[in-house]
Every structure is written in C-alpha cells, then in structure tokens.
Design a protein around this ligand. Structure first.
Ligand code: GDG
Length: 458
C-alpha cells in the first residue's frame, strides 16, 4: 500500500499546538522553521502526536503541509512518552546524570507506539518517497518502516547525544534499538563521536563490520555522520533589531536595579546544569567575589515533563536553592536571583538575551544547546559574553566562549568571573568570532546538508 506524499517528516510532535480558541497554531522552534519550507515545497506530510492524549483529529492541511496525527492513550503517554522516552532513554543518553529507570511495560508501549508511527507513515508515502524520522522517541521507526516499505529512502536524526558504548550496553532491548536505527539509509548525529559510538556498537552487538562512516547490513549500506543543528539566525537578528525589543531590554535592566545581569534560559531539566550554576553563583556571593549590589542572576526555567518524578524533584531542589540564596544574600526589593518558572515569548527571550552581560549555559550534557546559539545571534551589538559548558555540542563550534566544566564548581566560578571581567573590546572580539560561526551555519543549511547527504545514499 502506498500514498501520495513524496516527502514526510516523522517526529513525536506535530509542528502545531492547539490554541485555546480551538485553532491550530504553528509551534515555535528551529526544527519546524527549518523543515517547514521543505515540506511545503514538496507538498509533503508530517506525522506526529498532537501533544494531548485521547481523541485523534482527522488528518488536516496546515500552511501547505498535510498533518497526520498519531493518537496516544493516557497509558501510552505514561509508558511510551514519560516512561521509556523520558525516564529511560533520555537520562541514559545524557551520561546517566539521573538514574535511568527500566520497565518492561514501558518498552512494550514504546514498541507499540513506534509501530503506529511507522504504519501511518507507510500508508501516506508515495512510491520511492523520502522520509525523515526525528529523535529518541522513534528509534525503532526506521526498521519498522523499511520492513513495510523497502522502496523508501529513510533518514534519521538524533537530536540528543548518543551515549558511549559502555552506557548504551546497559539498555535492556539495546540490540532492537540499534537494529531500529539501521533501517535508515542515513543516521545523523550532532557530533562525530556519536556517529563513531553508533558504528562501533554495530560491531559489538550485531557482529557487523563498519568501515569509515558506513556499515553493510542485509545487503544495504547505512551511513552515519555528524550534522550539527543550528537556528534561524535571520529571525533572531530581526527580533534583536526591533526597537520595541530593545526598549524592553533597557526596561528590564532598569527594573533589575542597573546591576550586571547574568542570564540562564533552559527547560527545567536535570541535564541543563541549573543546580551547578546556582551552586557556583551562591559560592561567589558567599565568598564576596560577587555582591548583590553589583550583580543579579535571571533564571528562566521553562516548565517541562512535569509528570516525570525526576523533574518534580529537580524543581523542588532548584526552588529550595533559589530561596536559600535570596534569603541569605538578598535585601528588601533587591534579590540576587530572579527565578521564572514560566514560558516566555520569543520576543521576551530575545530582550533578555540583549539585556544580559553574561549568558550562562552550563549543561552536564547537551546534544547541541540552541540557547547558546540564539544568544550569539541576538547580540548584533557585539556585546556580552557567553559561559558555555564543554559538554554541549555547541562548545565544539563556539570556542570563543568562556568554556567551563560544570561538574567542577571552582571552574564554573572562574568562568563566570572571567566572563564578567571581559572588557568591551574583548567582548566584541569573542562575540564577532562566534557570530561569524553561527551566521555561516544556519538551521536551513543544516536541513539542506542532511537531505543532500540522504539523497546521495544508496
Ligand atoms: C533538544 C536537545 C538540541 C526555551 N524556553 C523557552 C523557549 N525555549 C526555546 C529556546 C530554544 C529551545 O527552546 C531549547 O533548545 P535547546 O537546544 O536549548 O534544548 P532542548 O529543548 O533540550 O533540545 C538539544 C535541540 O534538541 C535541537 O536539536 O540542541 O541538545 O536536548 O530554541 O529558545 N522558547 C520560548 N519560550 C521559553 O520560555 N518561546
């Protein structure tokens, strides 16, 4: 059975959110911005979940794309999404900074849901169509799809890190996941080392014989490579040039008491190193290296995965520490930490990027980290500095940031102080270099490079 769509994106989420008025709105985010024009140009389709359990809407057209919702029951949201995806694979692939939980029912639900995504895609793809599958929630889809539709050209991109071999080996069902990915013609990662880990595992677990960037399996060639993702630079630059956004940035600084501003923007996730950042900041205040009269930390912590236990516990720990720092070092009307457990609009985020003296991005592990790149893109004034964890994909490209090891509180403190001390000239030199890198590697180029490499396979 085949359908009529020549190009199909398959991702856990559809590129739309249901608004309160019942209409669909395009969801924000780089992936949607990058891939949308390509899907539209090919009159393509997008297969994904709406984000709410229960009733599944009929397929519908949206902004030149055909959207095919995949339904999840309440149980499947618990087991496939919050369980296997976000409490097993997510922590394990991020160096197990939180203990991964293993449950057989979660694996079964993951299998069932991946099968549903593969079936929906198989039904809609035209003969010889190109299908691009995304991320850790759908690692079994490439093989399931190939089984149904050997005619398709299948690409897969993993947005998060791929773990070192010893960690991957801990996963129950590890060989199935690997075989799942091998259904693709091209498997893309953020970093070259991830691709190497993947290829090495095909030897260790499946007895295959990988050579350079490829491996033969069942008479086919699977290529693995690095395709570091980026952002829509022009969009961020346009926001940053907007006079209203700039006025908002100035107001923000005034409201913060004209102190020097340190900024953190993250989903509230234990991989992002928010606790390590607070620990470094708290120690700097305690030692007197920083003073509440001179410096303030604004931390946007966007609510995320609130039904997963580890995220609830993280929220409690972060909020306790913010309270402790403010209680110990604050004054009436002047807090050392402004903590926002809220999602902000993109324009507000850009205003914050512009208002910051130092952006602190301190993940313990991160596939790329788009916030770091957005901050750099926003600084059209070539001011401000970036403290960046070595354990982000972005660190490989943004060498002019103040690179730190967030596991080492002394090193994080050193990085923050050095970034605060940089002269305007030093800020401009570093920022200019980072801006050149980000401007040369936009998300649009990322998508084109991946798809060109995909069409060159086989
Ligand atoms: C995964 C990988 C990889 C955040 N808060 C708000 C908001 N955001 C936006 C940011 C940025 C995006 O969300 C977050 O992207 P990151 O890359 O920082 O992190 P993950 O969500 O963990 O993304 C990561 C990425 O996939 C892409 O491959 O880089 O390594 O973990 O764009 O600006 N946006 C708005 N309000 C918020 O409050 N509007």
């Amino acid at each position: 059975m085949s359908g009529e769509y020549e190009f199909i994106v398959v991702a856990n989420r559809l590129p739309v959110d249901a608004a309160e008025d019942g209409e669909w709105r395009r969801s924000p985010g780089g992936l949607v911005t990058a891939v949308h024009p390509i899907v539209r140009q090919h009159k393509g389709a997008w297969v994904g979940w709406t984000g709410a359990p229960g009733e599944v809407p009929e397929p519908f057209g949206f902004d030149g794309m055909f959207l095919r919702p995949v339904g999840l029951s309440d149980d499947e949201v618990d087991r496939y999404y919050e369980g296997q995806s976000n409490a097993t694979i997510w922590p394990l692939f991020h160096d197990a900074v939180e203990q991964p939980v293993h449950q057989r029912e979660w694996r079964e639900a993951y299998h069932t849901v991946n099968r549903r995504f593969a079936d929906a895609t198989a039904e809609f793809a035209a003969p010889d169509a190109t299908v691009w599958v995304h991320d850790y929630q759908l690692m079994l889809v490439p093989a399931m799809l190939r089984e149904r539709r050997p005619d398709l050209r299948i690409g897969y991109f993993l947005h998060i890190p791929f773990p070192p071999v010893e960690l991957f080996m801990q996963l129950p069902g590890r060989a199935d996941l690997l075989r799942g990915l091998l259904g693709a013609d091209l498997v893309g990662f953020q970093r070259p080392l991830a691709a190497q880990n993947f290829l090495q595992l095909t030897r260790l677990l499946l007895g295959l014989d990988p050579k350079e960037d490829r491996v033969e399996v069942d008479g086919r060639t699977v290529t693995a490579g690095a395709f570091p993702i980026s952002i829509d630079v022009a969009e961020i630059e346009a926001e940053a040039a907007d006079t209203e956004v700039q006025a908002q940035a100035r107001r923000l600084r005034q409201e913060l008491g004209d102190r020097r501003v340190l900024l953190g923007v993250d989903r509230l996730d234990y991989t992002k190193g928010i606790e390590q950042r607070l620990a470094a900041y708290g120690e700097l205040l305690a030692e007197g290296s920083l003073s509440n009269d001179d410096v303030v930390l604004v931390q946007v912590a966007t609510p995320s995965r609130l039904r997963v236990t580890q995220y609830q516990q993280l929220r409690e720990r972060v909020e306790r520490e913010v309270g402790r720092i403010n209680g110990e070092f604050g004054e009436v009307g002047k807090a050392p930490v402004h903590y926002l457990f809220q999602s902000r609009s993109r324009a507000e985020l850009v205003a914050m990027y512009l208002a910051a003296d130092v952006m602190v991005v301190s993940p313990l592990r991160d596939g790329m980290n788009l916030v770091a790149k957005e901050y750099v893109a926003a600084r059209i004034d070539e001011r401000g500095t970036l403290v960046l964890s070595e354990f982000t994909g972005a660190a490989a490209e943004l060498g002019e940031a103040f690179l730190v090891n967030p596991h080492d509180v002394e090193d994080a403190k050193r990085g923050i102080c050095a970034a605060l001390d940089a002269s305007p000239d030093q800020q401009a030199t570093r920022m200019r270099a980072m801006r050149a890198t980000v401007r040369a590697h936009t998300v649009d180029r990322w998508a084109r490079e991946f798809l060109d490499a995909l069409s060159a396979t086989g």
